[in-house]
Design a protein around this ligand. Sequence first.
Ligand code: DAH
Length: 347
Amino acid sequence: MPDSPQSIETLDQLAAQALAELTGISDSQTLEHWHTTYLGRKGKVTLAVRRVGELPKEERPAFGQHANRVKQQLEAAYEERARLIKAQEMERSLAEGAVDVTLPGHPVLRGRLHPSIQTLRRILQIWADMGFQVYRSRDVETDEYNFQLLNFPPHHPARDMQDTFYTTQPDVLLRTHTSPGQIHAMRAYCPQPIRVVLPGMCYRYEQITARSEIQFHQVEGLAVGYHIRFTDLKGTLTDFAQRMFGAGRKTRFRASYFPFTEPSAEMDVECILCHGKGCRLCKYTGWLEILGCGMVHPVVLQNGGYDPTIYSGYAFGMGVERIAMLCYGIEDIRYFWGNDLRFLEQF
Ligand code: DAH
C-alpha cells in the first residue's frame, strides 16, 4: 500500500527527483534504466499516476491534467538527454577511433630472393646475353635418363660419383644432376641446332657436410650444331667466367672424366680473393674449380637423336651454391637450407 496519500505535491516531488537524477546521466545504458524506473509500465511515475483513484472525486481531473503535463515534461527531458548523450557518444567514438597520421607506421618486412636464386638468376642472365635459351626439365627422373642415356651403363663405377635418392617406384629417382635435361632438350629440338641452359635442383644421397648438401642447384649448358669444337667450348666458358667474375679473369682447363663427354675437362678461374697469389679460399693454389665440361659424347648425341658424324656439341655443368659461396665468401654450404634469417638477410 502507498506510504503517503496521493497528491499533486508528491507527484511533483517524484518528478523533481527524476529530473535531478536525469541531469547526472551521461551514457545511454543508464538513461534507458532511468526511463524504465520512472516512465516504464511499472515505473514510479506511471504507478503514481494510476493512484489517481485514491483522490476524492473532485480533485481527480486536475490531478489527471497535471499528471499528463508532468509525464510530457519528463518524456521531453528524457528525449533531450538522449540526444545529448548520443552526440557525446558519437564524439567520444570519433576521438577514440581517430588515426594519428603522425605516428610512425609498422615497418613492412620485405621478403627477398634467396642467395641461391640471386646467383642462379645472375648466371642465367649472362647465358641469356650470350644467346642461350632456358630449358626446364623435370626433377624426378628415370634411371634411363639420369644415367643410361648419358652413357653410364648399369653397374658402371661412375655411378658411384653420384649417390642417388631412389623412389618406391622401380627406376624412378630424383635427378642427381641436370645433365638428363640434355637428352630431353635434344629430343625436343632434333634436328635443329641447340643452345640452351638447364637450371634446376639436384639431389644426392650424401652425408651433409660444410662442402656437400643433399640438394643443390646446377646450371647445365648444351650447344649442338655443325662444326662445334673444343675451342668454342673454351672461348664461351672463358667469356662466361669474365662476365661472372670480372673482366680479365684468367681461366684454365684441366683434363677430367665424365661418361657423357669426350674429351672432358674441369674449368678453374683465378681465385677471386687473392687473384692467383694463393690464399685460404683457393687452398694456396691460386685457382678455384667452378665447372665440369666437355664435348658431347657421340653416344649421347645419338641418344638425343643427332647423327654424331654430322653434328657435334659441347656441354657444361656448374654448381650454383658453389659459385655463390665463392662470390660471397660463404664458408659452409649448410647455411643455404638452414633457414637462419641472420644468414639470409645479408643478401
Ligand atoms: N653432371 C656433372 C655433375 O653433376 C657436371 C657436368 C660435367 C655436366 C661435365 C656437364 C659436363 O654437362 O659436360 O657432376
